[in-house]
Design a protein around this ligand. Structure first.
Ligand SMILES: [Zn+2]
Ligand SMILES: [Zn+2]
Length: 309
C-alpha cells in the first residue's frame, strides 16, 4: 500500500511537472515579447528624436547661408576687390558656420552631426534664390543614424542680413553711401556726361511689381521702383556670383537694376546697369524717357517693352 501511495505521489509529481513546463515556456515567451516591445519602443523614441534634431539642424541652413552672403558681399564692396571664386568662398564660410553649430548640437542635444554644403548656384528659375546642396549625417552616440543628401532653395532677401551688389563699385569710379554715386564718365559713348553723379542701389531687393509691364501703368509705379532701387530678373543681367567676381557677362539667369542719370539729352547710353557698366563694348544708346522733373531714363526698345514704358 505504501508502495502504491509512493507511486501515486511520484506520478502526481510528474504530472505537475509536465503541466508546469509549458506554462513556464509561455511565461518566458511573454516576457521576451514584452522586452522586445520595450526595446522597439525605446528605438522608436530614439529614432524620432534623431529625426527631430536632424530636421532642426537643417532648418538653420537658410539663415546661415544668408548671413554668409551678407558677410561676403559686404566685404567685397568695402574692400573694392572682386573674388576669384565666389561660390567656393561662400561654401567655405557656410561650412565654417555649420561646424560651430555641430559643436553646439553635440553639447546640448548629445547628437553627433556632420553637415557640409557641397554646391551652391543661383536658381535657374529665380535669380533671387540660391540652390544649396548639402550632405548631412547624424547619430546619437552609438546607435541609430540618419544620412542624407539634399538640395534646398534659399531666398537671397533678408532685411536683417541684406545682400549687397558690388557690380557698380567694382566696375566704375563710385562713392558708396546709402546708394552708389557715379563720378567720372562711365562710358566712351556720346552724352555719357548725363551719368555724372548718377545713382543706383547697392542692396539687392527684388521689385514687388513682378509683372514688369506694369511699371508703365502710371508714374507712381515706375518712380516707386526707381526710388527704391529695386532689381529685376534678366537673362542678360549678371547673377550675384558673377557680380562678385567682376565679370562682364554671365550664362546664368541674372538680375538688373536702373542707374538713374542726372542730365537730359535726346539720346544717351541705356540706364540699365549691365548695359551701362559693360566694359567690353556691350554699351549702347537709348532714347530719353522723362518720368518727372527730376527723373529720367534712357531706354532701348527692348527694355522699354519689358517695363511697359
Ligand atoms: Zn521694378
Ligand atoms: Zn553668373
Amino acid at each position: 500500500m505504501k508502495l502504491l501511495n509512493d507511486n501515486k505521489g511520484y506520478i502526481t509529481g510528474i504530472l505537475i511537472m509536465v503541466m508546469i513546463i509549458p506554462i513556464m515556456f509561455l511565461l518566458i515567451t511573454i516576457i521576451e515579447q514584452e522586452n522586445h516591445y520595450i526595446n522597439k519602443t525605446v528605438e522608436n523614441i530614439q529614432d524620432n528624436k534623431l529625426t527631430i534634431v536632424t530636421n532642426d539642424f537643417q532648418r538653420e541652413i537658410p539663415l546661415l547661408t544668408r548671413k554668409s552672403m551678407n558677410n561676403l558681399t559686404l566685404s567685397v564692396i568695402i574692400n573694392r576687390k572682386p573674388l576669384v571664386n565666389a561660390t567656393e568662398e561662400l561654401i567655405t564660410d557656410i561650412n565654417y558656420k555649420l561646424k560651430e553649430k555641430e559643436v553646439f548640437y553635440e553639447k546640448n542635444m548629445g547628437c553627433i552631426i556632420s553637415c557640409n554644403v557641397t554646391d551652391i548656384k543661383t536658381s535657374k528659375t529665380n535669380p533671387f534664390q540660391l540652390e544649396v546642396s548639402y550632405k548631412i549625417d547624424s547619430k546619437f552616440r552609438e546607435d541609430s543614424n540618419i544620412s542624407q543628401g539634399k538640395k534646398i532653395y534659399v531666398e537671397l532677401v533678408d532685411d536683417e542680413y541684406p545682400v549687397y551688389d558690388p557690380f557698380a563699385i567694382l566696375k566704375a569710379d563710385t562713392a558708396l553711401s546709402n546708394d552708389i554715386v557715379y563720378y567720372n564718365q562711365i562710358t566712351q559713348l556720346e552724352n555719357s556726361g548725363v551719368y555724372d553723379n548718377a545713382i543706383s542701389g547697392c542692396v539687392i531687393k527684388p521689385c514687388p511689381y513682378t509683372n514688369y509691364e506694369e511699371h508703365g501703368n502710371n508714374n507712381t509705379t515706375i518712380l516707386n521702383c526707381i526710388n527704391n532701387h529695386y532689381y529685376h530678373e534678366s537673362h542678360d543681367g549678371l547673377c550675384i556670383f558673377c557680380r562678385l567676381e567682376n565679370k562682364t557677362s554671365c550664362l546664368d539667369y541674372g538680375i538688373e537694376t536702373f542707374v538713374i542719370p542726372t542730365g537730359i539729352v535726346e539720346k544717351a547710353p541705356v540706364s540699365i546697369d549691365h548695359v551701362l557698366l559693360n566694359d567690353t563694348e556691350g554699351q549702347y544708346m537709348g532714347q530719353v524717357h522723362i518720368l518727372d522733373n527730376n527723373t529720367i531714363l534712357y531706354l532701348d526698345n527692348g527694355h522699354k517693352n519689358k517695363y511697359g514704358l
